[in-house]
Design a protein around this ligand. Structure first.
Ligand SMILES: [Fe+2]
Ligand SMILES: [Fe+2]
Length: 272
């Protein structure tokens, strides 16, 4: 399996690549090409795809980890670049929830496009709440059970009323590597510990790698330490974290796991 980070907050080292707040990664596994999320911006997404020689027309599935703008902002540009070719888009049924953040002021943090306009451009939404196998060895986690620390953010806006948004649509991609399993997550609003435990429930094999945003930015020290201590007991071979992981958690992970931890950036390639 090969994972190429198409877009992340940091620009990395390869010439021509840009960093922008958000996440997008291409997963190549069992002759399938699955793009996980599209980052915040279509221009940056397509520029980085071009620099990495990834043809937008040669993607078999788009997997959306959740409906926040920084993971879905490149959606329209991606579909336009495919010139009307149908693209199966796998996500949770609540992905189009209208959501806002109230800090530092009221702002929309939902998908910045309407479902109908995306469908007119070729998106074929497959919205499923439960875990399921997309293709051989490639699974959607489905909705994730929250047993410990939950990292939900923002508010839902329904019928003129605000309520806390649990981001129930947070799902991860689970890859069966034969003897082990790898997980690609977007922003880990369900909590990275819950995601790791959930993945091992779906495929009962050791975790070789956790890849994505761990959403520990701004987390209490207690949560960061508990996450690290729990992971120490779970025998996870590698951690590849970026986006919303946060500087404090990144530093602590690096200290705790040494070479088993690697930060993400645009253009990073992970081969497992
Ligand atoms: Fe995010
Ligand atoms: Fe998010």
């Amino acid at each position: 399996m090969k994972v190429t980070i198409v877009m992340e907050n940091h620009s990395g080292f390869k010439k021509g690549l840009l960093g922008a707040h958000g996440f997008s990664a291409l997963v190549e596994h069992k002759n399938m090409r699955v793009l996980v999320d599209t980052g915040v911006d279509g221009e940056v997404l397509l520029r980085n795809m071009n620099a990495l020689e990834i043809n937008p027309k040669k993607i078999d599935y788009l997997f959306l980890t959740h409906g926040h703008y920084d993971h879905t902002g490149g959606l329209k540009a991606l579909l336009e670049a495919r010139k009307g070719r149908k693209l199966p888009v796998i996500a949770h049924p609540e992905i189009f929830t209208k959501r806002v953040a109230l800090k530092p002021h009221l702002r929309d943090i939902s998908i910045p496009f309407k479902r109908e306009e995306l469908e007119a451009l070729g998106a074929d939404f497959i919205l499923v709440k439960d875990p399921f196998q997309i293709r051989e060895g490639i699974w959607s986690s489905g909705e994730i059970e929250r047993k410990v620390w939950d990292r939900a953010v923002g508010y839902k806006l329904e019928g003129g009323a605000l309520s806390k948004d649990p981001v129930k649509d947070d799902i991860s991609l689970i890859l069966d590597l034969g003897k082990e399993v790898a997980v690609v997550t977007g922003c880990s609003h369900s909590g990275i510990l819950n995601i790791a435990m959930h993945a091992q429930k779906i495929i009962e094999k050791p975790l070789k790698a956790l890849i994505g945003g761990f959403h520990l930015a701004g987390a209490k020290k207690e949560l960061i330490e508990d996450t690290i201590e729990t992971f120490k007991g779970m025998d996870i071979r590698k951690f590849y974290a970026g986006h919303c992981t946060g500087f404090d958690a990144t530093a602590r992970f690096k200290t705790a796991f040494g070479e088993r931890f690697e930060p993400l950036y645009s253009g990073k390639v992970i081969e497992l």
